[in-house]
Each structure stands twice: as structure tokens, then as C-alpha cells.
Design a binder for this molecule. Structure first.
Ligand SMILES: Cc1cc2nc3c(=O)[nH]c(=O)nc-3n(C[C@H](O)[C@H](O)[C@H](O)COP(=O)(O)OP(=O)(O)OC[C@H]3O[C@@H](n4cnc5c(N)ncnc54)[C@H](O)[C@@H]3O)c2cc1C
Length: 393
């Protein structure tokens, strides 16, 4: 490219921040526009899976910063609520190109945010849309500002205004999967039946729970149940209600629930959209949840946004024309993210089965996975190298 384009990114979430860093490191001028007055430290725990840590550690060089605020995931298993382990495996450093780390989502966001010069992130700017401005493209904000650049990246999440303007009258609304997910963090947690380094999911009848340490002291847990869409909780009763709902689940999970401050329990109805055929036009593209929101069952929503960021920077840096670079980025990411969306949905649909016979069948199928099958699946999920995919296109 003759002159490095200026790239305006809408949204300072994990996707927008990672894209900003990958693009800055590739020599582009980056401006991020965020609606909130500060980068909000929300959410609970996430697994920084090896496909995403590969980008953060190896490409962005953030290993020291991330090691300081995360812990390794060394064992992963899926149990039946009756107590047996259906399958399990260990993960060692070096098994995959990046490490498997458990982290508070806010800590990840803070590490990414701190790697920017402050003037690169324009806060308190609620974007309402975009429009062409001659050869350039402008992002428009609620307070009448226009931020002009050569490329706009919509990284503004599942309710993206950039995506909505692009697709027009939404033919593709959010799909509710029929279950909600509660999440929480328990501090100073210790229990003899739950080991540090373990990430586990426990599956019951129409109910699932999961848990893992996110640092030396704190455990992240989640719990799913079939519910009508849009229900809300009363903080004064939520812990008692969840304790009753999951009464048949292991004691250490119930102990985590009891030790969680009720005002901090998060609740999200689980939704995605079907894959978009086109993600952008001319000087605009989408990234992360704005392009491909997915159910959280494989822990890949934020991780796949990080993969997007890496691929976008590679395409823009290594191709001559920015429009072709954007379309190549979209082509190379579409199949991978559609696969992640469908696998995440399927894993959740099966996990939520509540008929006794179906649950028995699921347990038989899950226990029949051989270590080789699991390793093969995990390689497909966790070993993604955007540069290799770009080179082999
Ligand atoms: C229950 C649950 C559990 C999850 N667990 C995991 C997990 O374990 N691992 C994982 O990888 N993912 C997980 N995810 C998914 C993950 O949270 C998302 O996929 C990820 O946050 C997407 O990042 P993003 O940057 O694309 O969007 P977001 O994180 O939504 O960020 C979008 C940003 O854009 C800003 N914005 C929005 N609109 C505007 C506007 N109009 N103007 C300016 N700024 C705007 C927002 O304020 C925000 O900062 C989970 C999700 C849920 C619901």
C-alpha cells in the first residue's frame, strides 16, 4: 500500500482493542471510538484459549502482562451431575502454540487497554452510523462528531449499529437458544473437591454448571437453565433460588454459589445470529460479535474476535489494495467463524437436553470419546494461525 490508511474502530471491547493493537503494530494509524466514558471492567471469567493466547502472547508480546493476571488451565473435564467424569484431559504448556489461561475478562481488557496511547481511544462517543466522505469514510456520533478515516471496523458487539446499518432492515434477528446463563465470581474459595487449574463442566437434565479458578484466589462459575427469554432476577433471592435449582449438583458448586455476593451475579439469555454472507462493503468491515455472535459453549466468542483481529491486520498489511484486503479478511474468516457458531450452538443444544433417555444417550456418547478424538477436536479449535491461513489461501 502506498500510504498506511487510518483505521477507525468502533468499540473498545476485546475485539476492538486487539484489532487496534494488531493494526498499530503493523504500522497503521488507529482511532478507537467507544460509547462509555471509560473502558468498563465488566463480565466474569473467560478462558484465553490457545488460539487467542497465541495472538496475545506471540504476536502482541503481552505474555508478561497476561501471565501476571491469569492462571494456567491444566485439566479440563466434563462430569455428570451424578458425579462420574464423562471425559477429561490434561493440558500442558507446549501442547498448543499458545497457552490455555483462565482470566477475569476485565483483567484481559485492562491489559489490552493499557497497551494504547490514551489519545488513540476516544471515550464517551456513542456511534450512530457511518457514511462515505469522498474517498474516505466517517463514523458519526450522537453528539454530532464525525471521525474520518480510510477504513471503518465495526467491533461494537452483538447489537452493532454498524452491522445494523450495513444489513438494513434486519432480516436476521437474534436467535434465542432457550436457556439463560448466570455467572459469578467467588473470592477466597477453597474446597477439597475442586482443584486449582481445573476447568470443568457438570451436565444434568436441562441444567449445566461450570467453574474454574481465574487467579490464585478467585473462582469463576457459570450455570445454565431453560427459561423464557427476558426474565430478570431479584438479588435478595437469587442465591437461594439457584441453590435450590442446582441442589443435585456437587457440593463444591453449591459452596461457590453461597459465597458469591448476590449483586454481582450476572445473567444473560444466550443468543446468536445465523452466519452473515457479507460482512462489509467498500471501506467498512465487521469484527467479533458484530460479525458473528455465538453461544458461549465453546468459550470462543472473545477468542474468535482475537483471531479476527490478527487476520485483519495481516490482510491489510500484506495486500496492496485496502478494499481487496478487507474482502479477503472476510472470506478467510467466514468459514471458521460459521463453524464455531454452529459447534457452539450444537454443544449447548445437546448440553441442555433434559429428557432422561436423551441424557443417558448423551452420557454414553460423551464417555465414548477417545483421547485421540478429543485431541483432534481441540487441535481444530485451538490451533489457528491466521498467517498460515492467509499464506495458504
Ligand atoms: C454468558 C457468556 C459467557 C461467555 N464466555 C466466554 C468465554 O469463556 N470465552 C470467550 O472467548 N467468550 C465468551 N463469551 C463471549 C464474549 O463475551 C464475546 O464474544 C466478546 O465479548 C465479543 O467481543 P467484542 O469486542 O466483539 O464485543 P463486545 O465485548 O460486546 O464489545 C463491544 C464494544 O463496543 C462498544 N459499543 C457498542 N455500541 C457502541 C456504539 N454505538 N458506539 C460506540 N461504542 C459502542 C461497547 O461499549 C463495547 O465496549 C461469553 C459471553 C456470554 C454472554
Amino acid at each position: 500500500m502506498n500510504k498506511a490508511p487510518k483505521i477507525v474502530i468502533v468499540g473498545a471491547g476485546i475485539g476492538g482493542l486487539t484489532a487496534g493493537l494488531c493494526l498499530s503494530q503493523s504500522g497503521f494509524t488507529v482511532q478507537i471510538v467507544e460509547r462509555f466514558e471509560e473502558v468498563r471492567e465488566v463480565g466474569a471469567g473467560i478462558m484465553l484459549a490457545p488460539n487467542a493466547s497465541f495472538v496475545c502472547y506471540k504476536r502482541l508480546g503481552l505474555s508478561d502482562e497476561l501471565d501476571a493476571v491469569s492462571v494456567p488451565m491444566t485439566h479440563f473435564h466434563v462430569d455428570s451431575w451424578r458425579g462420574s467424569t464423562l471425559y477429561g484431559m490434561s493440558v500442558s504448556p507446549g501442547d498448543h502454540p499458545g497457552p490455555a489461561r483462565m482470566i477475569h475478562r476485565a483483567a484481559l481488557q485492562r491489559v489490552l487497554y493499557d497497551a494504547f496511547d490514551r489519545e488513540q481511544i476516544l471515550l464517551s462517543s456513542h456511534v450512530t452510523g457511518y457514511e462515505m466522505a469522498g474517498d474516505q469514510i466517517a463514523v458519526l456520533t450522537e453528539d454530532g462528531n464525525e471521525i474520518v478515516g480510510d477504513i471503518v471496523v465495526g467491533a461494537d458487539g452483538i447489537h452493532s449499529v454498524i452491522r445494523t446499518q450495513f444489513v438494513g432492515d434486519d432480516p436476521d434477528p437474534l436467535r434465542y437458544h432457550g436457556y439463560t446463563c448466570w455467572r459469578g465470581i467467588t473470592t477466597s474459595f477453597e474446597h477439597p473437591d475442586f482443584a486449582f487449574g481445573t476447568l470443568k463442566e457438570v451436565q444434568g437434565k436441562g441444567l449445566r454448571v461450570g467453574m474454574g479458578y481465574i487467579d490464585e484466589d478467585r473462582v469463576y462459575w457459570w450455570a445454565t437453565a431453560d427459561t423464557p427469554q427476558g426474565e430478570t432476577d431479584d438479588p435478595s433471592t437469587i442465591i437461594a433460588e439457584l441453590s435450590e435449582l442446582y441442589a443435585d449438583f456437587p457440593d463444591h458448586f453449591l459452596a461457590m454459589l453461597e459465597a458469591t455476593p448476590p449483586q454481582q451475579v450476572l445473567r444473560n439469555d444466550i443468543c446468536d445470529r445465523s452466519p452473515l454472507r457479507r460482512w462489509g462493503t467498500e471501506h467498512m468491515t465487521l469484527l467479533g460479535d458484530a460479525a458473528h455472535p455465538m453461544a458461549p459453549n465453546l468459550g470462543q466468542g472473545a477468542c474468535s474476535a482475537i483471531e479476527d483481529a490478527d487476520m485483519l491486520a495481516i490482510c491489510l498489511q500484506q495486500m496492496d489494495r485496502s478494499e481487496s484486503a478487507l474482502r479477503t479478511y472476510e472470506d478467510l474468516r467466514r468459514r471458521r467463524t460459521a463453524w464455531l457458531q454452529s459447534q457452539s450452538k450444537r454443544f449447548g443444544d445437546v448440553g441442555q437436553w433434559n429428557n432422561g433417555l436423551a441424557v443417558k444417550l448423551r452420557e454414553l456418547m460423551t464417555s465414548a470419546f477417545t483421547p485421540l478424538t478429543i485431541k483432534r477436536q481441540l487441535r481444530r479449535l485451538w490451533e489457528y494461525d491466521a498467517q498460515r491461513v492467509f499464506d495458504e489461501r
